[in-house]
Design a protein around this ligand. Structure first.
Ligand code: G3I
Length: 435
């Protein structure tokens, strides 16, 4: 059966009711009506100019059986205010209104979760998951294994003798902590880099150096055991275009996906980050073929981190916004025609908060306008482009939740930590809160 996403409004209703906060859910979401499957929704002549409630990206995506969402900074969320009776905080309201699914931009990375080798700090990540429960939103986990955002202690503490145990214990503890709450995990992030010159095109990372190529399978197997309900994803960038370099990298990602599937490794989707550009070559047939090849081996494709760098040299804001909106429209129109693309997320909601504008990224001084909302929280042309494409997408069939999704129903012995060589007990390090 094609692995997909359970994205029924009933699922949202259950989620929010379970959190005892049905009243917080948008009225349209409580309605529970689903468009006829496989049909394109009639696009109203005049696209609504509003951007909230029924006019939000969340509402329009849900009506198409799609998941739209964004990367979120839980430190900016007024979760308590929202839990009380609503909040006056603009960012919190925007995230709640626009996202059917959320992902922590940084709060679930090693650097955020692991202040020291023997301590886990889930405070910010828990805040996001609690907020998502309140709002009936699904949650993506990002990410369990990456060569960036490693905590300062890692380099001196990780050795060839303990790295396998470090990785397994991290995944067991983190995926175990959120068990049953995560729609999909980016299990391994950005592990392919053909320019590093290896025949298998693996990026030369600490994980490869310390554990060997098997770290990828180990990560997926551990994640599957720690949270059987989560979809497991390999996530990467620079695989969208038909340039020589990106075609080579995309081909290697496909080979990795095929290898993992052939070896029976639990993987459900490939994340195509989709950090796009308003200028220069645009995604095309090569990406479509890639998506279709993945469908043949039962894998979905998630659009995980969409944003669009503005024109260079810069033009006027209107010209830049129009160029960015066109890329969103063309790109999503193309990929959403493929039935195994159930989710699309932007890497943030508000232009000024984009990583492309943060101090250590925007070295060329150009102010980027890559996202669906401006700094006054008003919808940009990209918002309307995203929404109109979502409206034209055919309606996806809501997927039944994968059997065993309810942790309480799982056999006790399923979650038996790996006996990892070198680990005294094979037990995962207990997060402080559980000590
Ligand atoms: O939290 C610390 C803060 O305490 C400290 O004072 C400050 C000083 O530099 O750094 C803060 O951490 C920063 C973190 O973002 C939180 O703001 C890190 O330096 C900075 O490197 C980190 O950048 C993030 C980057 O991933 C690396 O983790 C970006 O916000 C985030 O947008 C970016 O997202 C990645 C995806 O995870 C993977 N795909 C590519 C994408 C863009 O690079």
């Amino acid at each position: 059966m094609r692995q997909g996403i359970a994205c029924s409004r009933r699922g949202f209703a259950r989620g929010a009711m379970a959190a005892g906060s049905a009243l917080l859910m948008p009225a349209w979401l409580r309605a529970g009506s689903i468009w006829p499957r496989g049909k394109k929704k009639p696009v109203t002549a005049a696209a609504p100019q509003g951007a909230t409630g029924q006019d939000s990206l969340r509402a329009h995506a849900a009506a198409s059986g799609l998941l739209y969402g964004a990367a979120v900074r839980p430190d900016l969320l007024d979760a308590d205010g929202m839990a009380a009776a609503g909040t006056t905080d603009g960012y919190t309201q925007l995230v709640g209104a626009q996202c059917g699914i959320v992902v922590a931009e940084n709060a679930m990375k090693w650097a955020a979760l692991r202040p020291s080798a023997d301590r886990f700090d889930f405070a910010q990540a828990d805040k996001l998951v609690r907020f998502a429960d309140l709002m009936g939103q699904q949650v993506r986990g990002h990410n369990l294994c990456w060569h960036e955002a490693l905590p300062a202690w890692f380099q001196s503490a990780a050795t060839k003798g303990n790295a396998q145990r470090l990785l397994v214990e991290h995944i067991q503890t983190v995926a175990g902590h959120f068990r049953g709450r995560i729609q999909s995990w980016d299990v391994v992030n950005e592990a392919i880099e053909p320019n590093d010159g290896r025949p298998d095109a693996l990026r030369k990372t600490p994980w490869l150096d310390l554990i060997g190529p098997g770290y990828i399978e180990l990560a997926f197997q551990t994640a599957a055991q720690a949270d059987p309900a989560a979809k497991l994803v390999y996530n990467d960038y620079g695989i969208e275009l038909d340039t020589q370099e990106q075609m080579v990298k995309r081909g290697q990602v496909l080979l990795l996906a095929r290898r993992l599937k052939a070896r029976g490794i639990p993987i459900h989707a490939i994340g195509v980050q989709s950090h796009l550009q308003a200028d220069g070559p645009q995604p095309g047939q090569g990406l479509l073929s890639f998506i279709r090849e993945l469908a043949k081996i039962g894998l979905d494709v998630y659009i995980t981190e969409m944003d669009v760098k503005t024109t260079e040299p810069p033009a006027t804001p209107d010209v830049e916004d129009a160029a960015v909106a066109k890329v969103y429209a063309d790109y999503l129109t193309m990929v959403l025609e493929e039935p195994n693309v159930p989710a699309a997320l932007t890497w943030g909601l508000i232009n000024g908060q984009s990583w492309l504008n943060s101090q250590h990224r925007n070295s060329n001084g150009i102010v980027q306008r890559p996202l669906p909302f401006d700094d006054e929280l008003k919808p940009t042309p990209a918002f309307f482009a995203l929404r109109s494409v979502i409206d034209r997408a055919y309606v996806r069939a809501p997927q039944a939740a994968k059997p065993g999704a309810n942790p309480a129903a799982l056999p006790d012995d399923l979650y038996k930590p790996f006996a990892v060589p070198g680990s005294p007990t094979g037990q995962p390090a207990k997060p402080e809160s559980q000590r």
